[in-house]
Design a protein around this ligand. Structure first.
Ligand code: MG
Length: 157
């Protein structure tokens, strides 16, 4: 068995779609970034790559590469999932935490878990999603950014 952790943070900017876990949230700001800025998906990618000892998302999909401009991050996760299969691993479970001040994640929680399930083929009972605010402290608390953590356990198929 192998364990991996991932973390990501993105700035929030007006007039950008708020995409989290591949789901579009109704909000007036969204993540800035070369891709769609989906910090949750980026953290999950890094957790999986970490568990496989395959570097990080920036090495696989450099933000200097025009091919990845505005690319849906779900495509990155699909590629990482292919790599996982090639390496003969399967995921035991995935646990994630989103840290953002607004909007509330609860109305989207099931949708986000379903979105991750669709990409990874991991049963929903093996995916956990937690959300918390930053108690209005710092840049996340002021709504200028949001962050995500992911922890994953993988094992040989
Ligand atoms: Mg990122």
């Amino acid at each position: 068995m192998r364990i991996g952790i991932g973390y990501d943070i993105h700035r929030l900017r007006r007039n950008r779609p708020m995409i989290l876990g591949g789901v579009n949230l109704d909000y007036f700001k969204g993540p800035d970034g070369h891709s769609d800025g989906d910090a949750l998906i980026h953290a999950i990618c890094d957790a999986l790559l970490g568990a496989m000892a395959k570097g990080d998302i920036g090495m696989l999909f450099p933000d200097t590469d025009a091919r990845y401009k505005n690319m849906p991050s779900t495509e990155f996760l699909k590629k990482v999932n292919c790599l996982l299969k090639e390496e003969n691993f399967k995921i035991c479970n995935l646990d994630c935490t989103i840290i953002l001040q607004e909007p509330k994640i609860e109305p989207y929680r099931v949708k986000i878990i379903q979105s991750i399930n669709e990409i990874l083929g991991l049963p929903e009972r093996r995916i956990n999603l937690k959300a918390k605010t930053s108690e209005r402290l710092g840049n996340i608390g002021k709504g200028r950014a949001f962050a995500a953590h992911a922890a994953v356990l993988i094992t040989a198929r």
